[in-house]
Write a protein that binds this ligand. Structure first.
Ligand code: PLP
Length: 459
């Protein structure tokens, strides 16, 4: 039972403000207070139920309250919750590294565990940099990324994030890094088809490498299927093949940010597995890896990179919570559930089922201009006019409005609007991989109600 006193220590001030209220401007309605969660649902303190249509921030891949994971968490907590990895190895972290690397496949033979996505990307880029230095290429430091993209909120991750609104605010604190266009598919520049725009985006990568000076370029980082950046745009094998060839030609490391797309969500353990020709040099994971039970992120790297860095005296990098034994034990239990329930295959089947229903919804709703994604990493594009693909007014902030309507209808829709809507608006649809067909039907029904309210507002 939460007492009034306990609540106050969480952050309520007597005046009703909150030290937790950093995110929202003063006066913004307070979100519901979560009381418990199970499977694909959460309940607030008033007993209202919400379908977790986006797995929170695309995290709760195996659903809430999984008894086996809770049991493993408790068992590990009784054994040891913290042991600094420079002093002690932990059986679970070794087992987890072996399992994740086996699932990731050849070429990704080593794992480094951190606390989340931003840390994973920071670690991957620092590993790449140290590798360049110790392998005789100290001039390589530039990291090319895409616009739009999202690679995290810390200052290092922000340098490679393609979000003009974030750069407008934090730009002076960041070292500028080159950006190339992401091959968005719903609105392509005049005169382009999706295919020709993808080719142009790949060409822009090569042009940028050459312009910057190939021997100064360390890496190219991309989300193989973007989340809040592109809204689940899926590119063709030709794009990934071209990107791989360009990186090979110029000695540039290819980094796949699979923080959202990894851990089975797209119907393969890594989204990279959909394009065998891509062969990323480094992959980052987080979110679904420990599925929200504990904070965890990972960098997967080839032996040659890790060995070279190790031989030079070790990775000049670390965090207090890296390789945390509790997080690693929990992730092992999460992976056990992924295997036991065959959730990677389920993501594929459920993704196809959900996509059919979302297409049917799009046919009924004047606001849904596109349905896209792979497996259960999906999104719908929100538009003012389907025929012209005209976006909704930027000031209207459709994603935030939809989230608000959703909560009223008992559906939790995660949204964070990057680039101030410059590339249009979309809603991610990314339920837990454990969602049944009936729960997916309910998701679409509740989403449709929220969209109807949104439509009432715009017409
Ligand atoms: N990269 C991608 C593709 C993400 O979607 C996110 C989070 O949404 C991150 C990085 C940052 O992860 P975190 O919020 O765990 O730091």
């Amino acid at each position: 039972m939460q007492t009034a006193t306990a609540r106050r220590t969480v952050g309520d001030t007597p005046a009703g403000g909150s030290v937790l209220g950093f995110y929202a401007p003063k006066g913004t309605p307070r979100p519901p207070r979560v009381a418990r969660a199970e499977g694909v649902f959460l309940w607030d303190e008033d007993g209202r139920r919400y379908l977790d249509a986006t797995s929170g921030a695309v995290v709760t891949n195996i659903g809430h309250g999984n008894p086996a994971v809770l049991q493993a968490m408790q068992a590990q907590a009784r054994k040891v919750t913290f042991a600094y990895p420079r002093f002690f190895e932990s059986e679970d972290s070794i087992a987890l590294a072996d399992r994740v690397c086996a699932l990731a496949g050849p070429g990704l033979d080593r794992a480094f565990f951190v606390s989340g996505g931003s840390e994973a990307n920071e670690s991957a880029l620092k590993l790449a940099r140290q590798y360049a230095v110790v392998s005789g290429q100290p001039g390589r430091w530039k990291v090319i990324s895409r616009n739009p993209s999202y690679h995290g909120a810390t200052l290092g991750a922000l340098t490679v994030t393609g979000d003009a609104s974030a750069h407008a605010l934090y730009g002076p604190m960041l070292r500028a890094q080159p950006k190339v266009a992401a091959p968005l598919s719903y609105r392509v520049p005049d005169g382009h088809s999706v295919e020709s725009f993808e080719a142009a985006c790949a060409q822009a990568l090569e042009d940028t490498i050459v312009r910057e000076g190939a021997d100064s370029v360390l890496a190219f980082i991309l989300e193989p299927i973007g989340g809040l950046s592109t809204g689940a745009v899926v590119s063709s094998p030709a794009y990934f093949r071209a990107v791989r060839e360009i990186c090979d030609r110029h000695g540039v490391l290819l980094v796949f940010d699979e923080i959202m797309s990894g851990a089975g969500r797209t119907g393969r353990f890594l989204a990279a597995h959909h394009w065998p020709e891509a062969r990323p040099d480094l992959v980052t994971l987080a979110k679904g890896l420990a599925a929200g039970y504990t904070p965890l992120g990972a960098v997967l790297a080839p032996e040659r990179i890790v060995d070279a860095v190790a031989a030079s005296g070790g990775f000049v990098h670390g965090h207090t919570y890296f390789t945390n034994p509790l997080s690693c034990a929990v992730a092992n239990a999460v992976l056990d559930e992924v295997v036991r329930q065959d959730l990677v295959a389920r993501a594929q089947a459920a993704g196809a089922y959900l996509k059919d229903r979302l297409h049917a919804l799009a046919a009924r709703s004047p606001l849904v201009g596109d349905v896209r994604g792979l497996g259960l990493l999906g999104a719908i594009e929100l538009v003012a006019d389907k025929a012209s693909r005209r976006a909704l007014p930027v000031d209207f902030n459709a994603p935030a409005r939809l989230t608000e309507h959703g909560l009223r209808h008992g559906i939790a829709l995660y949204n964070r609007r990057a680039n101030r809507g410059e590339f249009g608006d979309f809603q991610m649809v990314t339920p837990p991989l454990t969602a049944s067909d009936a729960e997916l039907d309910l998701l679409v029904e509740l989403l449709e109600r929220a969209l109807a309210d949104l439509h009432d507002e715009v017409r």
